[in-house]
Design a protein around this ligand. Structure first.
Ligand SMILES: [Zn+2]
Length: 487
């Protein structure tokens, strides 16, 4: 009996000892630079050519694969891609790529513009912590750092953490992704596209041996985290497009929150009359200040006056722009902000609603925005009658305006708007959606609870979701700005 119980353990130990004894990789605990002199010693290369000390992967089949198995390591390199080049850095993986039965993890290398090529961009820990934000450009060198220590994986691009993941003890995976776990196995860098080329320079690897840095960390997991994990595994773009650095929230805190919870963030500046960003000059300096941050760069266009304050060229510096229907001037010339009771005048409920819907239509028809946010928000005195006041006819007027202007509709997590009924009608009409929080401070960043609830109730797929347009096709450049304010 005893033999039966300890035999598997002995076998496992023997296998482990065998592999550790057989280890023929770079020296543990020491950083080794991989160059053309020692590449073949440690790596098996396929279709790799050299340009001085850089190595070039050009063919779709080009790859380098470690000759050694490794569990914990620090790996860094400089990479330059040319247009169309896509690659993957795989670890805990098989010697020969097996796409049908993939093992280990994949870090994406893809610098294509938004809505072109693959949606996942450089630094994405694919299907685990997807990154949809451009972190590097073609034809420019960037630094890629990947560390595996214990059950912790981290991926940085140009010194900014892009993906972080702590693998739980019994990691839940979709049926076809069960091999996506850590193991003592091979590292491989390979090109996966026929176009372009990938240049690699200054590659360094340090096998980690210290027990402390290999420690397994506990993972907090709840039902929402499970849902988020499974959406990531399906490559659903979990992007919160509407985050503000307000109420003390810093860029680092926002990004940490996004990484920890498996989301990507779009950070928006409030731009308009009586806001900090109020002309091209303040807008450009704001953009410059966040240029290197791995977040979508967004402009929230405030009030109706914004169209007179900025030029299309300056606005086109943002990945996307959005506005809401909460600020407008009524028939009696009163400028209203619907979230401030003292500034909101409802003389007659039905009349107010008709005027409100007309204002939203005018905004969507006149302003070259990408997303309509905080949609269907009603002032406090009407909010409890939401379902009654948002009649089918009114919903359809807004939905038709979204469709004819190709404006995406935000599903707002903080306000829990619009209603499920509204979203169902919008989906049937072909409207694209975004998720957004519109946080007011540093303690109300959520995990897109309402948006994810809607996703599951209505059955949204990746195809229903908005993605920013490529630079040359931004709506602001195509449509320009209206000659006068829309109301
Ligand atoms: Zn906002």
């Amino acid at each position: 009996m005893l033999i039966k119980r300890i035999l598997p353990a002995i076998l496992l130990l023997a296998v482990a000892v065998y592999f550790i004894a057989r280890y023929n990789g770079p020296e543990p605990g020491v950083t080794t630079t991989i160059d053309r002199n020692n590449l073949e010693k440690y790596w098996k290369s396929k279709d790799v050519t050299f340009v001085e000390d850089q190595f070039r992967l050009e063919k779709c089949t080009a790859s380098i694969t470690s000759r050694f198995r490794i569990l914990d390591f620090e790996l860094s390199m400089k990479i330059k891609t040319t247009p169309g080049a896509v690659g993957q850095l795989n670890f805990s993986t098989t010697k020969v790529p097996d796409d049908k039965n993939f093992r280990g993890y994949a870090v994406m290398i893809n610098n294509s513009d938004y809505s072109t090529g693959l949606a996942q961009k450089t630094g994405s820990l694919s299907k685990i912590r997807n990154n949809f934000i451009r972190t590097a450009d073609d034809n420019e060198w960037f630094d890629l750092d990947v560390t595996v220590a214990g059950n912790r994986i981290s991926v940085s691009v140009n010194g900014k953490l892009i993906s972080e993941y702590t693998q739980p003890q019994n990691a839940k995976r979709l049926e076809n992704l069960t091999g996506m776990v850590l193991s003592r196995s091979f590292i491989s860098l390979r090109k996966t596209s026929t176009q372009g080329e990938i240049l690699v320079a200054d590659m360094k690897i340090k096998p980690i041996t210290e027990v402390k840095s290999r420690m397994d960390l506990p993972v907090k997991q709840d039902s929402l985290a499970d849902v988020i994990d499974s959406l990531n595994q399906r490559e659903f773009p979990l992007i919160d497009y509407h985050v503000h650095l307000k109420g003390g929230l810093t860029m680092d805190q926002a990004r940490q929150h996004a990484r920890e919870n498996g989301l990507c963030y779009g950070v928006a500046a409030n731009c308009g009359l009586k806001f900090p960003v109020t002309n091209d000059s303040t807008l450009n300096s704001y953009l410059k200040s966040i240029q290197k941050e791995p977040v979508f760069k967004a402009m929230q266009c405030e009030g109706r006056e914004w169209v007179t304050l900025f030029t299309p060229e300056a606005v086109a510096g943002f990945d996307y722009i959005f506005t809401d229907g909460m600020t407008w001037t009524d028939d009696k010339g009163r400028r209203m902000r619907l979230w401030i009771p003292e500034e909101t005048f409802v003389d007659n409920d039905q009349q107010f609603m008709e005027m409100f819907v007309s204002k939203i239509e005018a905004i969507l028809d006149g302003e070259p925005i990408d997303i309509h946010v905080n949609p269907t928000y009603l002032p406090a005195q009407l909010a409890s009658r939401y379902d009654e006041l948002w009649t089918k006819e009114r919903m359809d007027r807004v939905i038709n305006a979204l469709v004819r202007n190709q404006v995406a509709l935000e599903i707002n997590s903080r306000f829990k708007l619009p209603s499920i009924a509204f979203i169902k009608r919008a989906k049937a009409a072909g409207v694209k959606f975004t998720f957004g929080t519109n946080n007011a401070s540093n303690n109300d960043l959520n995990r897109l609870e309402y948006s994810i609830k809607v996703l599951r109730t209505v059955g949204l797929t990746a195809e229903d979701m908005f993605l920013p347009k490529p630079k040359s096709e931004r709506k602001i450049l195509k449509k320009g700005l209206p000659a006068k304010i829309t109301g």
